[in-house]
Design a protein around this ligand. Structure first.
Ligand SMILES: [Fe+2]
Length: 376
């Protein structure tokens, strides 16, 4: 194990952090983008004049090393870029990096978390439904997602059990919210119980990350997804903490963050007997009490931006989309019959993979009636 005062390096998605080690003056650590490092490679200098011979436009803006090491005894950071096309290793002196540090001693802002186990409860482990409800709604309020296993053992699961969950939510201070689909959604390919069945949720296709009902002035705050029948193949759920993603974006790409908070997007939902248009930015608010994301690639109207802003809009949107679509930043959950999950639809994005065979999830929306209204 390295000594505490040894130099070391951490690789992140688009940059690395160098811990300089030692006890001298200057920053304890500093962050450098891969593009900046590659642009400042010591080898791109003329051997006679030492002038730079490469301009930044010649470098892939998404360049990423395969490895980096720091060595106090050699006063150096070594960055291995892999074959591009030559197997290049750049060397930077730690003193030079200290002198040119443009992000010294930055705080840690982690990307969205992915440990679903920390948000998963085993219903059988609770002595009473009241005890389960306390844990369940605590996680939902603080973390935006809860997964409950074995609410009813597989094999004994009936669609009527969803009504028992509705009662549990009602007793805990929530009211059920009906939508243009109906009171309870039957997410299955042979849906006959809902209105407006012309939506991806009632097919077996992949549905990528989105929030529900972003075209409403006030989208329902919470959704419950209760698994009656798991698909024999596929149909896994993914949920992403968009509040954590927004904080990460604020820290790493202020321009993209400003754009997503300022640019109005047309959310346009048009179905057999329903149509609604709402114009709103994607992001608003900054903490658990006021944060809200509206995000749905399948209900967005064609973008209308000034010609000289369209490319910057795409850049900002795609930066955020790439962040949340990275599986390393997602809670990945496979619900079995009798399991359910619930999430905060103002904070979390959700998705499901394509599936084959019969699958039946029942979906219910809720708003806080009493218990959570005071806390947001
Ligand atoms: Fe959805």
């Amino acid at each position: 194990m390295a000594e505490a005062n040894e130099a070391r390096v951490e690789l992140h998605e688009r940059w690395l952090r160098v811990y300089f080690g030692g006890t001298g003056d200057g920053p304890r650590h500093a962050d450098f983008h891969y593009l900046w490092l590659r642009h400042n490679c010591d080898q791109d200098r003329h051997p006679l004049t030492n002038e730079r011979i490469v301009d930044s436009v010649e470098i892939d803006p998404d360049v990423r090393p395969v490895k980096a090491t720091a060595a106090s005894d050699r006063n150096a950071l070594f960055v291995h870029w892999g074959a591009q096309p030559e197997d290049r290793v750049s060397r930077y002196s730690l003193d030079w990096l200290r002198a040119h540090a443009y992000a010294p001693n930055e705080a840690d802002v982690p990307p969205p978390p992915s440990d679903a186990d920390a948000l998963t409860l085993d219903a059988k482990a609770f002595a009473s439904e009241t005890a389960l409800a306390g844990a369940l709604f605590g996680l939902l309020r603080t973390r935006g997602l809860v997964v409950v296993r074995g609410y009813k053992p597989a094999g004994a699961v009936a669609p009527e059990d969803t009504e028992k969950l509705v009662d549990l939510f009602a007793r805990s201070g929530f009211e059920i919210i009906g939508t243009h689909f109906g009171r309870i959604e039957d997410l299955r390919t042979d849906n006959t119980t809902n209105q407006n069945t012309d939506q991806l949720g009632y097919t077996d296709a992949k549905v990528d990350l989105h929030t529900d009902q972003p075209f409403l002035e006030k989208p329902p705050r919470f959704q419950l997804l209760h698994c009656i029948t798991a698909a024999p193949e596929g149909g896994d759920n993914a949920v992403v903490d968009a509040l954590a993603a927004a904080r990460y974006l604020t820290h790493t790409d202020a321009e993209a963050d400003r754009t997503l908070r300022a640019v109005p997007v047309h959310f346009h939902r048009k179905q057999k007997s329903f149509e609604k248009l709402l114009v709103s930015p994607i992001l608003s608010g900054h903490d658990e009490r006021d944060f809200q994301i509206r995000y749905s690639y399948f209900t967005m109207a064609p973008y209308r931006r000034p010609f000289n802003e369209m490319e910057s809009w795409y850049r900002a949107y795609n930066r955020f989309a790439a962040l949340v679509r990275n599986p390393a930043h997602q809670y990945r959950v496979r619900l079995e019959a009798g399991d359910f999950l619930a999430y905060d639809n103002h904070r979390m994005l959700h998705a499901r993979t394509a599936f084959r065979g019969a699958r039946w999830l029942r979906g219910v929306y809720f708003d806080p009636l009493r218990a959570m209204a005071a806390t947001g």
